[in-house]
Design a protein around this ligand. Structure first.
Ligand SMILES: Nc1ncnc2c1ncn2[C@@H]1O[C@H](COP(=O)(O)OP(=O)(O)O)[C@@H](O)[C@H]1O
Ligand SMILES: [Mg+2]
Length: 260
């Protein structure tokens, strides 16, 4: 398994933090009835930053992403995006403001063509700026040539990796400032991941902010600037990914390596 290159230089971990984060989450709580899945989380993503979120199954990562992207309403706390409070705003409004989410499990429409799945991503842009939306489709399909070859194929017949490409492409077509991806690697072969992670790094180099939830901690730590570690509904700690990759707490629990 080889991990892609870490962003470096002025775009790397030494980038000065922005005065105002693009995304700022404070004291966020999510409950399902009596189950508290997220128990007071603070998290920030700066403009241009590539941030990772790792943690065991059931840590609350997906619940946190759903509350940030407007899929569910938090029980308490605050979400600010692009300088405005967006707590509890519906997901389509978050998309319109520039936050796109690639959900866990990808959620492509299996019985519709790749082309029609992509059209759904372009929906807001097609109304606002039809020419721009077409240009954006070209740009996004250039990132994922396999999708261009399969535009008329039903999305359900794509491989897992191709479905993930489609889910990412669909998210990009709304022209987000922040792309939230929940479990990029789920069920995908290392060979596919070696292709997908560099695309994310390239998008980040082009200015897109990314918040990546990832089970495969080694990949996440290799591509992101900063990483949060979440367990039992809380953030345990966060820090520069390069440092966390050598942190005994991370090595023992998430990298399967004993700290020496
Ligand atoms: N729709 C739901 N209804 C009830 N409990 C849920 C629901 N979704 C998640 N949970 C619970 O919330 C906790 C956090 O889950 P989740 O956010 O999916 O964690 P992760 O993405 O880190 O695996 C788990 O205990 C899970 O069982
Ligand atoms: Mg999850």
């Amino acid at each position: 398994m080889s991990a892609p290159d870490r962003p470096s230089g002025s775009e790397g971990v030494n980038r000065p933090r922005q005065d105002q984060a693009l995304l700022a989450v404070a004291g966020l709580r999510v409950s399902y009835g009596r189950i508290e899945a997220v128990r007071g989380v603070d998290l920030e993503v700066g403009a241009g930053e590539f941030v990772g979120l790792i943690g065991s199954n059931g840590a609350g990562k997906t619940s946190l992403m759903r509350a940030i992207s407007g899929v569910l309403k938090p029980a308490a706390g605050q979400v600010r995006f692009d300088g405005a409070e967006t707590t509890g705003l519906a997901s389509h409004r978050m998309v319109a403001r520039g936050l796109a989410m690639v959900p866990e499990g990808r959620m492509v429409f299996a019985d519709q063509s790749v082309r029609d799945n992509l059209l759904l991503g372009s929906f807001t842009q097609l109304r606002r700026d039809p020419a721009g939306a077409v240009a954006e489709q070209d740009r996004v399909l250039a990132l994922f040539p396999r999708l261009r070859e399969r535009l008329d194929q039903e999305a359900g017949t794509l491989s897992g990796g191709e479905q993930q490409m489609l889910a990412i492409a669909r998210g990009l077509l709304s022209r987000p400032r922040l792309l939230v991806i929940d479990e990029l690697s789920l069920g995908l072969a290392p060979l596919v991941l070696d292709m997908l992670f560099p695309v994310l790094s390239e998008l980040n180099r082009q200015g897109l902010s990314i918040l990546l939830v990832e089970q495969m901690a080694s990949y996440a730590l290799a591509v992101t600037h900063r990483t949060y570690v979440m367990e039992n509904g809380r953030v345990l700690f966060d820090g520069p990914s390069a440092e966390l990759a050598n942190d005994p707490r991370v090595m023992d629990a998430y990298l399967g390596r004993r700290a020496s």
